[in-house]
Design a protein around this ligand. Structure first.
Ligand code: ADP
Ligand code: MG
Length: 322
């Protein structure tokens, strides 16, 4: 594992945003910058971190971790479900097929948990037993494994995610029934694959979010996959003991930063708190550890500063004029 001082060295030169002339039409998401040209999208994973749908700052190496993890999973699952990947020209960059993104995202949950207003555990505690069209039994406890994984769609194009049932998604005209069925079959298959791989690495994939899109009428997996930003990973060895004691799970995901925010009273409204270097370094270590445990590979921190390296890689691979 990379040493603390290497992470600290990086604090002052993280990738906050990119503006690359000649690469394509730029749009900025919370975490990634996209450059679009006919048929393709060049996605640069920056080091920005978001929680509760707000950008808080940057975390060293986060962009690289996220992009390389997504690339790892897309490669592993390519035979199971078609995805958007065309090329990974740099550790922070993915070239993908431009798709018409579906208006809803799909969360697959194997466990009942969460701390936001709309998360199933919060709702369940308030007495709600119907979550996104799934009937939940009485007597569940926080972080309990569900009898079978459930698929819970949420809206994508609103500021904060809104969970909804299959029926509501179709009734609201967000998706048609055939596309919903195709998407849901893919997501459940991917979750099952991901959860089994995670288990072999000593982890529990508690839940995860998928985005899908259409390309020439076919459903493809887009965006990122099974990353710590889009998933909850828990350590399997301590799951039972912590669950029985009613304590928080040991996590390998961005819950650390979410909880740090929530501890300061920030849950998405008002100005986000500034992240101290200590928190940025700790978050970086967790992201890197996540990469290493999930992939079983050692994380390599390139020597060259990230911004210049990306541009040279794009030139070498012919995406930018030299
Ligand atoms: N293959 C694709 N085609 C079109 N859009 C995509 C594709 N893959 C990902 N995207 C979009 O690219 C953006 C990635 O940036 P991100 O920082 O995640 O944005 P957001 O703030 O919307 O979550 C997202 O809006 C995502 O929906
Ligand atoms: Mg996103």
């Amino acid at each position: 594992m990379i040493c603390d001082s290497r992470i600290r060295d990086e604090l002052g030169r993280t990738l906050e945003s990119t503006h690359i002339d000649g690469l394509g039409e730029r749009t900025q998401g919370k975490v990634r910058d996209s450059y679009r040209r006919p048929g393709i999208r060049i996605i640069i994973a920056t080091d920005r971190i978001s929680a509760f749908d707000c950008v808080l700052g940057t975390v060293p190496f986060k962009g690289q971790v996220l992009n390389q993890l997504a690339a790892f999973w897309f490669e592993k699952t390519g035979a199971l479900a078609p995805n958007h990947v065309v090329d990974v020209p740099d550790p922070n960059v993915m070239v993908v097929e431009e798709c018409d993104q579906l208006a809803i995202e799909f969360v697959v949950r194997g466990y009942i948990t969460g701390i936001t207003n709309t998360s199933p555990w919060t709702q369940y505690q308030r007495g709600i037993r119907d979550y996104c069209g799934h009937r939940l039994p009485d007597g569940l406890r926080r972080d309990q494994k569900l009898d079978a994984p459930i698929l819970t769609p949420t809206t994508k194009l609103e500021k904060h995610d809104r969970p909804l049932s299959r029926q509501a998604a179709i009734a609201e005209g967000l998706i048609d029934a055939a596309t919903f069925e195709a998407a849901s079959a893919i997501c459940l298959k991917l979750y099952d694959f991901g959860a089994r791989h995670a288990a072999r690495q000593g982890l529990i994939l508690a839940d995860t979010k998928y985005e899908l899109g259409l390309r020439n009428g076919a459903v493809k997996v887009t965006d990122e996959m099974h990353t710590p930003d889009s998933s909850r990973y828990w350590f399997a060895d301590t799951y039972r003991e912590l669950f029985d004691a009613g304590r928080d799970q040991r996590k390998l995901d961005k819950e650390y930063v979410r909880e740090w925010c929530a501890g300061l009273g920030f849950r998405g409204d008002g100005a986000p708190p500034a992240m101290p270097d200590e928190v940025r370094v700790e978050a970086a270590k967790r992201y890197i550890r996540a990469y290493e445990i999930i992939t079983g590979r050692e994380f390599k921190a390139p020597d060259e500063p990230v911004a210049g390296r990306i541009e040279s890689a794009l030139k070498t691979k012919g995406y930018l004029a030299p």
